[in-house]
Ligand binder design. Sequence first.
Ligand SMILES: C[S@@+](CC[C@H](N)C(=O)[O-])C[C@H]1O[C@@H](n2cnc3c(N)ncnc32)[C@H](O)[C@@H]1O
Length: 261
Amino acid sequence: VTGTDREPAVHRPLAREPRQGDAFGQMLLQAYADGGAESAESEIVERDDGLVVALPGAAYFAPPDSWSPPVRWAVAQARGRVLDVGVGAGRYALEAQRQGCAVTGLDVSAGALDVSGRCGLGRLRQGSVHDVVEVAGDDRYDTVFMLGQNLALLGSPDAAPHVLRMLHRVTAPGGLLIGDSRDPAVQEAHHRDYFRFNRSRGRWPGHFTIRDRYRDLATPWFDYFFCTPDELIGLSAGTGWEQVGVKTRGATYAVVLRRTD
Ligand SMILES: C[S@@+](CC[C@H](N)C(=O)[O-])C[C@H]1O[C@@H](n2cnc3c(N)ncnc32)[C@H](O)[C@@H]1O
């Protein structure tokens, strides 16, 4: 091989895929070490169309007076035994705990659970919302949180009714499901091509596939599904949940569902 036959290195793609691991948890651990709300760490989110966005890690430590009015309204309705699905650093769980609730944090991320424990959350469970029945065992909850846009952990239009039924199984009669999300119809312009791409592959516009990155780490790809409050009513039909309140601010909304039995 002569020098002229060699492919110029500059044209080569990534030498290898990132290592798979707890990218979000490692980011939170570093943000916590930096002082939480003072940290300059960024959460790096990659979408399957190549979009990469950086979000402030400090937001996961933000105090209640900085939350949007719909989220403050939603968190104030927590009662009894609370399961916070995708607890992160625990900003909402800790507030519910301060309100007198007995809060359990559930997260796939060991690093997130480590941080929420250091921040003062007493009960922690590692696992996915998709395994919530097994993770809960005999425990029943009066309130489930899916906050920080975690209603999107319903995953997809196909998965959402199944996840809602599983959450029904782990709640007590009269239980509440409190979540927040973004209305995909009022998302920023840079999402519009993705909505078209999703329609072209037979998906709902707000059905995202994303992963978190941190340094050379990446989480596995996972589905994160943004739907409107009305679409949520349709998806929750027959799952044992009814919508009893919704508050909107711009593209974001918080919603409260209550068990119908
Ligand atoms: C956007 S953050 C929200 C964190 C927290 N709720 C907050 O708002 O501060 C999403 C969280 O959900 C967790 N997560 C992602 N997929 C999950 C799954 N399938 N089951 C449970 N938690 C998950 C992530 O590790 C992360 O902690």
